[in-house]
Design a protein around this ligand. Structure first.
Ligand code: NAD
Length: 490
């Protein structure tokens, strides 16, 4: 049985790109269907962009950068972004309904994402006129200055798991630094961003400052990464695509920020506050049905605590329920059938290799039959070298294993190719700091797990999780080029 859909979830944006301050049809006339992951049915369409559309958008952005947006003072840029933040906040419920339907995420997660998107623009609105350069002491007779200058036109390739949040953090910072943007959202989830682009125009961003070209990755995405007019590319997505995008950028020496995957370890020592840790451990893997780059997908527990903690965690997992986005349960569906099949493939390989399921939640009877659901699953005693312990599952699957001591914990925690976010649970202050230093990870949370952390917190990976930092003030540095000016005046 289909859960009733709020009528406001019916999307009004046309199957067109948003370029130069208005909706424009795709040059090739082609569109793509948009599938509701909760029931597997098409419910809207988007434009299938190509290299011509990308070129038009880059030209529109360049014209804005050389024109109205480039001439806007930092303070007025900040005011425009603040108005956009307010517009997103005022439309948060509408945007959340769209995102819930488009991505299949539980409504309360979609609401949180809309609020976070507004907050990114609020944060970066305040930063526009605070991006200072420096003076550098130098021999007498010289004055040396540094200026932070925008790159020009920045490209932004966005994934489907958190469209509004990732758009906010990337585009908010790029606009605040003075760039004009061309965005290629994921083909699976574009609708909220098209609406936000419309809101940005209404909020007074000059035409062309923010452009959105929808379409497939190998078509519109690849054209954006290869376009000579793009002066910086921010990519969030899978490590494999990240490599392809980085290669395209390397060919013309275009700087690139890569936000890729993760295999976040939650390291729980025997002295941990288990009552505090348990809900955070569950949330870090079921949030967004595990489709979170910073998901806590590995659970490493000191041997003395392993059985008692797993027993309590198993009770929680058994109570988890998956259902349609609008049923607003612990998990929604996965984004598409192939993603569900991929996750089921990981579970099948764990089963085939004798890995025990400690507990499994359930898919509720009311979940529409055509939806892409996976029951949240807790696996125990997972060998560290098994693929469910090493590879990014991107589903609600937690791999638990015991460790013997701090050295063993560090070895296991650092034992994958990834290094995005890690969690440590211990009351021992010295160990907290030792672990924070020892973990190869862009973020370390001690006695909490932020699943990516707040708007203010620099975020990004090491190793296969990528490079460069987004979020916080740090992101503004990536979206600018530093110029050093040396004056000799005697
Ligand atoms: P993906 O790499 O397939 O797609 C991401 C984006 O890249 C989409 O917009 C897609 O259209 C585009 N794309 C695909 N092929 C392209 C190409 N050849 N050239 C240019 N663009 C192309 O990844 P996905 O399946 O959408 O997302 C899941 C992955 O993203 C996971 O690995 C996850 O960990 C990662 N992710 C990372 C972060 C982070 O901040 N580190 C956040 C969200 C998702």
């Amino acid at each position: 049985m289909n859960a009733p859909l709020p009528s406001a979830a019916i999307v009004a944006t046309p199957p067109e790109h948003f370029v130069g301050g208005r909706f424009v049809p795709p040059s090739g006339g082609a569109t793509l269907p948009v599938i509701d992951p909760s029931d597997g049915q098409p419910f809207a369409g988007i434009a299938r962009g190509n290299a011509v559309d990308v070129d038009t958008a880059v030209r529109a952005a360049r014209a804005a950068f050389d024109g109205a947006w480039g001439r806007t003072s930092p303070a007025d840029k900040g005011r425009a972004l603040a108005r956009l933040a307010q517009a997103i906040a005022a439309r948060a419920e509408e945007l959340a309904l769209v995102e819930a339907r488009d991505c299949g995420k539980p409504l309360r997660q979609a609401r949180a994402d809309a609020a976070a998107c507004a907050r990114y623009f609020e944060f970066y609105a305040g930063a526009c006129d605070k991006l200072h350069g420096e003076t550098i002491p130098y021999p007498e007779g010289y004055t040396v200055l540094t200026w932070r200058e925008p790159h020009g036109v920045t490209g932004h390739v966005i994934p489907w798991n958190y469209p509004m949040q990732i758009f906010g953090r990337s585009v908010g910072a790029a606009l605040a630094a003075g760039n004009a943007c061309v965005v290629k959202p994921a083909e699976d989830a574009c609708l909220s961003l098209l609406r936000i682009a419309q809101l940005a125009h209404e909020a007074g961003l000059p035409a062309g400052a923010l452009n959105i070209v929808t379409g497939l990755g190998p078509e519109a995405g690849a054209a954006l990464a290869a376009h000579p007019g793009i002066a910086h590319l921010s990519f969030t997505g899978s490590p494999v695509t990240g490599s392809a995008v980085a290669r395209a950028c390397a060919d013309r020496h275009c700087p690139v920020t890569l936000e890729l995957g993760g295999k976040g370890p939650q390291v729980v020592f025997a002295d941990a506050d288990v009552d505090a840790a348990l809900p955070a451990i569950v949330n870090a893997i079921v949030q967004n049905a595990g489709q979170t780059c910073s998901a806590g997908s590995r659970l490493l527990v000191e041997r003395a605590l392993y059985e008692p903690l797993l027993a309590r965690l198993a009770e929680r997992f058994a109570a988890l329920r998956a259902g349609s986005a609008f049923a607003d349960l612990d998990c929604g569906p996965l984004i598409r059938a192939s993603q569900r099949d991929r996750v089921q493939g990981f579970l099948a390989s764990a089963r085939a290799d004798g890995i025990a399921v400690a507990a499994q939640g359930r898919i509720v009877d009311e979940a529409p039959a055509g939806g892409f659901y996976v029951a949240p699953t807790l696996l125990r005693d997972v060998p560290a070298a098994h693929r469910v312990a090493c590879e990014e599952v991107f589903g609600p699957v937690l791999a638990a294993m015991p460790f013997d001591d701090e050295t063993d914990a560090i070895r296991l925690a650092n034992g994958t190719d990834f290094g995005l976010v890690a969690g440590v649970w211990t009351r021992d202050g010295a160990r907290q700091l030792r672990m924070a230093r020892a973990l190869a990870s862009g973020q370390v949370f001690v006695n909490n797990y932020g699943a990516g952390g707040g708007v203010e917190l620099p975020f990004g990976g090491v190793r296969h999780s990528g490079h460069g930092r987004e979020k916080g003030f740090e992101a503004l540095y990536g979206f600018t080029a530093l110029k050093t000016v040396v004056l000799q005046h005697g």
